[in-house]
Design a protein around this ligand. Structure first.
Ligand SMILES: *Cc1c(COP(=O)(O)O)cnc(C)c1O
Length: 384
């Protein structure tokens, strides 16, 4: 390894797209030829392919993962006066959407090993006003779904899965997203299954709930009744160009996720014996490693060293949601959710994408080993 080696980015979509470019171009040209840009045949086909892939009764394309969360809450009639419990250690949208529909986000702490919402911490926060729980399959690791589903049954609250980072992940053999009442997916370009723009999908089991979502996502217009409205809705539809591109990518998703798992295994092997903590691999879950997030007590120093070595790395997420200014009115203080706060100070995500080569993973690991646990002053770019 030397300083002139090319940088290794955190994520490289160009390689994936180069391999699929002719099929992506043909799919996009087909949409332009069809002139059905919204709710066209490509969207219908993708919805049916994804319903079958996810083992969901209904799959509904929407404009984004954020909209999927909003529509899930709206369709379940959750709003002012209601509480929804979720994790503080996630992307902002998970809790932002709860507040946007007028409900109150209630944050429960995470499990310090998996970074996922801790069902015991959730149970302690359930009140008569609790209407739903939103577990997030963070970084592609399925949350503890049996425990959440059991809590949901026992306390009569709905389970909305935020599966934005977990397309293709499995919990006890079953795809995530179709385990709770509603599963929300994002096709943001960097997600494991990403479009060439914004997009999202909802997996729903109940036919009445699915019909409500479809109607709401299309301005409240009942199916087949053009320009007739029996309620308010919004415009949140997956566009056909995204659907066509996603249909090109979907057949590759399992192979990409398997390659991500192989890279994760290589990271774990090569990083054993240093003081970096790798993510756990619970035997009953197939994680899809949307991000490969390790923890280290001197995270900032390690990050600086990796960047000096040309290794892409990022902190997901640097500030827990209960400490965000946007939620200051909820009255949380530093110290309230100690596991999430420790995670925000210690996590670092390493390069992860299916096209990473074994040699590149070795280079990343060599840089990590140099940068961590080898005493003060060990981290220096001259060692790259
Ligand atoms: C990406 C993401 C979202 C939001 O999805 P968008 O499509 O960007 O709106 C929600 N939750 C989590 C955990 C995400 O990673």
């Amino acid at each position: 390894m030397n300083a002139s080696a090319p940088p290794i980015p955190l994520l490289d979509l160009k390689q994936q797209h180069a391999a699929l470019r002719p099929q992506m171009d043909a799919a996009m040209a087909r949409v332009v030829d069809q002139c059905q840009f919204v709710l066209g045949p490509e969207v219908k086909a993708l919805e049916s392919e994804l319903a079958s892939y996810l083992q969901a009764a209904h799959a509904i394309g929407v404009a984004s993962g954020t909209d999927a969360l909003i529509l899930a809450l709206k369709a379940l009639d959750i709003g002012p006066g209601d509480e929804v419990i979720t994790t503080p250690f996630t992307f902002f949208a998970t809790a932002e959407t709860i507040a946007l529909v007028g409900a109150t986000p209630v944050f429960a702490d995470i499990d310090p090993v998996t970074f996922n919402l801790d069902p015991k911490a959730v149970e302690a926060k359930i009140t008569p006003r609790t209407r739903a729980i939103i577990p997030v399959h963070l970084f592609g690791l399925p949350a503890d779904m049996d425990a959440f589903l059991e809590l949901g049954r026992r306390h009569n609250v709905r389970i909305i899965e935020d599966a934005a980072q977990a397309a293709g992940a499995r919990y006890k053999g079953r795809p995530v997203g179709a385990l709770g009442d509603v599963g929300c997916f994002s096709f943001y370009p960097t997600k494991n299954l990403g479009g060439v723009g914004d997009g999202g999908l909802m997996a729903i089991q109940d036919a009445t709930l699915a019909a409500r979502v479809r109607q709401f996502a299309n301005h409240g217009q009942p199916p087949g009744q053009k320009y007739f409205y029996d309620g308010l809705g919004t415009n949140s539809r997956l566009d056909s160009l995204q659907a066509a591109v996603l249909r090109v990518k979907l057949p590759h998703l399992d192979a990409w996720n398997a390659r991500r798992r192989a890279i994760a295994a290589q990271y774990r092997r090569l990083l054993s014996g240093c003081d970096v903590v790798c993510p756990p691999e619970p035997a009953d879950r197939d994680a899809v490693h949307h991000l490969y997030t390790v923890r280290h007590p001197e995270r900032d120093r390690l990050m600086e060293h990796l960047r000096a070595c040309g290794i892409g790395c990022m902190v997901y997420y640097p500030l827990s949601l209960h400490l965000q200014p946007a939620f200051a009115h909820l009255g949380y203080r530093r110290g309230d959710l100690p596991h999430s706060e420790a995670a925000q100070d210690q996590v670092l995500s390493l390069p992860m994408y299916a096209e990473l080569t074994d040699a590149e993973v070795e280079r990343v690991c060599a840089a990590v080993l140099q940068g961590c646990g080898r005493g003060a002053g060990a981290a220096s770019s001259s060692l790259c």
